[in-house]
Design a protein around this ligand. Sequence first.
Ligand SMILES: [Fe+2]
Length: 209
Amino acid sequence: MSIEPPTLTEPVKLTIRPEAGVLAGSNERYEKRLRELAGVYRDEAAFEALTVRRGDEVAYWVESNTTQRDAGGLITGLSVLGPGRVGEEYFMTRGHLHVRAECGETYLGVRGTGVMLLDSLDGRSHAIEISPGEAVYVPGGWVHRSVNVGDDLLVTLFCYPADAGQDYELIRRAGGMSQLVVASPTGWTTRPNPDHPGYGSADGPRAAS
Ligand SMILES: [Fe+2]
């Protein structure tokens, strides 16, 4: 009896260029413009004012390498998020829960100062600062987004299972994540998001009370 050999893909070398926000060796890229982030920030008037002036600007981009798409493969990428605020909230990514919620993800800080904001579906929350040389491991089951709390680009290298998928709607349906990352006299801080009643059950969001 013979054993079928696995289909081999070739190894990949990736080079981080933090000054340009480039991941050489990547084979995918997407950009998210400021005006595409409608509904992400609580201060709608501030968002409107910002998009009138800067709506076409790229808020963040991702360069990634997907070589092995099947289960067992990993996607490695660079996330680049500009600095700024909408009202009192710092610029952030939309955030997501992995469709295969058990899948974890590692983020390594490369440039700038950020916060990894994490929510569990049962109401726990963490805000973990990430600077160059620091990594945050996001275990399966945590909703996550990056927030740029500095004045520079926030550049992070991430790695996650290729078949994890991303659910972006969960946060939108829940009125945002449970915590806001806002400016304070001593830097950034978090405070509860009053629009977030919880993530609800598998059947849909909990009604706001
Ligand atoms: Fe993720």
